[in-house]
Design a protein around this ligand. Structure first.
Ligand SMILES: Cc1cc2nc3c(=O)[nH]c(=O)nc-3n(C[C@H](O)[C@H](O)[C@H](O)COP(=O)(O)OP(=O)(O)OC[C@H]3O[C@@H](n4cnc5c(N)ncnc54)[C@H](O)[C@@H]3O)c2cc1C
Length: 400
C-alpha cells in the first residue's frame, strides 16, 4: 500500500471542503483535497438557490450565476401568496453548482492545495485511539494518507466522522427526501423563486420552482422521510406537482432528474475530535427550516480553515484545541440553525387545520432590508397568527 503525508486531508470537494482547503492552504499548510466522484460539481444535487447574504462570505463571479432573483413567493395550501423581497432589487441568486463547485475547488488548488478526483476515503487511520489520517481508494489503488487533521466534508451521507466514532446518524424525521427535475420550455416567473406548502403537494415539506432563466427551472420537492412509505414514492409527488403546475406529463421537458437528501436535524453535537473536524452537511450545518446549506457550508469552511491553520502551526490538533471551531460556528450561525429546527418542528406538529391557518396569515408582501434566513424567520414570527411562533423564536434569536 502506498503511503503519503500531509498537514491536512479534506474528504469531499463540495463547497464546505473546498473552502476549508482553500483557507488552510492559503495560510501555508500542505493540504490534500479529495473527492470520490470523477468530476467536481457533478451530479448537482441542489436547487441552487442562495440569498444575497452569500456576498458577505465570498466574492461573487458572474459565471456561477444562472439567474439573479428579486425574492421568494411562498404559496400556502389555500392559495395564499406571501411575496418576500429585499429593499435591493436583487434578493439572491440561482447558481450553477457545476461551475460554482468547480470554481471553489480551483481556488483551493490556486491557494496551493492538491486536488484529486476519483479518490474515495474508505476508513480513518488511528494512532492511540486518535485520528491521524485516512485510507483512500485512488482509482483502484489503496493509499494510506497520514495528516495532522482530517476534515470530514463528505456531505449528507457522511461516513468519515462515524468511522472516527462520532454519531452522525439521522432519524427519518430529520431527513428530507428530495427529487428534482431540471425542466425547460415551461412557463416560469424568472424573477422569483417559488415555494409551495401543502399537505397534498408535499406532506411535511414543500415543493419549489427555482428559475435558472426564462422557461428553465429546477422544479423539486422535499418531504420529511417519515411521511414516505412503499406506496407514496417521492417521484409520484413530484410528477403530480409538475402535472398540476405545468400541465406536463410522462417525462416531457425534463433535462435532468436528481434525487438526494437534506439533513434537517440541526448541527451534530460534536463537530471535532482529536485530529478531526466536521464541516457542511457532514456536520448537519443546514437550516432545517429552509433546507439551505450552501452559505453555512462556506461560513463553516472558512472558520474551519482558519482554526486548522493555527492548530497545525502550534502542533496541537487535539479536540480541545479544535474546539475553537465549535465556539466560532455556534456564535456565527449555530443559533439560527437551532431556531430553524424549532420552526420546522413547530410546523410538523401542527394539525392540518392549524397548518392551513398558519399559512392564511402569510399573505401579502414583505420587504426585508436585508434578505437572510434569520431576518426572514424573525419577520414571519411577527406576522404569524396570534404570534404563534413568536415567543419561541424571539427567545432563540434575541441574543443577536
Ligand atoms: C435536492 C436538494 C436541493 C437543495 N437545494 C438547496 C438550495 O437551493 N440552497 C441551498 O443553500 N442548499 C440546498 N441544498 C443543500 C446543499 O446542496 C448542501 O447543503 C451543500 O451542498 C452542502 O455542501 P457540502 O460541501 O457540505 O456537501 P456536498 O456538496 O454534498 O459535497 C460533499 C462531497 O463529498 C464527496 N464525498 C462523499 N463521500 C466521500 C468519500 N468517502 N470520499 C471522498 N469524497 C466523498 C461527495 O462526492 C461530494 O462531492 C439542497 C440539497 C438537496 C439534496
Amino acid at each position: 500500500m502506498e503511503k503519503e503525508e500531509h498537514d491536512v486531508v479534506v474528504v469531499g470537494a463540495g463547497p464546505a471542503g473546498s473552502i476549508t482547503a482553500s483557507v488552510a492552504a492559503d495560510r501555508g499548510l500542505d493540504v490534500l483535497l479529495i473527492d470520490r466522484n470523477p468530476e467536481i460539481g457533478v451530479p448537482v444535487r441542489c436547487a441552487e438557490g442562495v440569498s444575497r447574504e452569500i456576498e458577505k462570505y465570498i466574492e461573487m463571479d458572474s459565471r456561477w450565476v444562472c439567474n439573479p432573483i428579486r425574492g421568494v413567493i411562498t404559496y400556502g395550501p389555500e392559495g395564499t401568496e406571501l411575496i418576500v423581497t429585499a429593499t435591493d432589487d436583487v434578493a439572491g441568486y440561482v447558481l450553477d453548482r457545476r461551475i460554482f463547485d468547480r470554481s471553489l475547488a480551483r481556488d483551493a488548488a490556486r491557494a496551493g492545495a492538491e486536488v484529486r478526483v476519483k479518490n474515495r476515503a474508505f476508513d480513518v487511520l488511528k494512532r492511540n485511539g486518535k485520528v491521524c489520517g485516512v485510507y483512500v481508494n485512488a482509482a483502484g489503488e489503496e493509499v494510506r494518507i497520514t495528516a495532522d487533521v482530517v476534515v470530514a466534508a463528505d456531505g449528507v451521507e457522511s461516513r468519515v466522522a462515524r468511522w472516527a466514532g462520532i454519531d452522525t446518524r439521522l432519524r427519518a424525521e430529520d431527513v428530507a427526501s428530495c427529487a428534482q427535475y431540471l425542466m425547460c420550455d415551461i412557463e416560469v416567473n424568472s424573477d422569483y423563486c417559488e415555494q409551495y406548502f401543502s399537505w397534498d403537494i408535499a406532506p411535511g415539506g414543500y415543493a419549489w420552482v427555482f428559475p435558472k432563466g426564462a422557461h428553465y427551472a429546477n422544479v423539486g420537492i422535499g418531504i420529511s422521510a417519515n411521511f414516505l412509505n412503499g406506496t407514496s414514492r417521492i417521484v409520484n409527488f413530484l410528477d403530480s406537482f409538475v402535472h398540476e403546475k405545468f400541465g406536463v406529463e410522462g417525462g416531457d421537458n425534463i433535462l435532468a432528474k436528481i434525487y438526494g437528501a437534506v439533513p434537517l436535524s440541526g448541527p451534530v453535537y460534536r463537530t471535532v475530535t482529536d485530529g478531526m473536524l466536521l464541516v457542511g452537511d457532514a456536520a448537519r450545518h443546514v437550516n432545517p427550516f429552509s433546507g439551505g446549506g450552501i452559505i453555512v457550508a462556506i461560513q463553516g469552511g472558512q472558520i474551519a480553515g482558519e482554526v486548522i491553520a493555527k492548530a497545525v502551526r502550534e502542533g496541537n490538533c487535539t479536540a480541545r484545541r479544535l474546539r475553537e471551531y465549535e465556539r466560532r460556528w455556534w456564535k456565527e450561525f449555530g443559533r439560527t440553525l437551532y431556531a430553524g429546527l424549532k420552526v420546522k418542528n413547530y410546523m410538523l406538529s401542527l394539525s392540518r387545520t392549524d397548518f392551513n391557518r398558519f399559512f392564511r396569515s402569510l399573505n401579502g408582501e414583505l420587504k426585508l432590508t436585508e434578505y437572510t434566513e434569520r431576518t426572514l424567520m424573525k419577520e414571519i414570527a411577527k406576522i404569524s397568527p396570534k404570534k404563534m411562533m413568536i415567543t419561541m423564536l424571539i427567545r432563540t434569536l434575541i441574543p443577536y
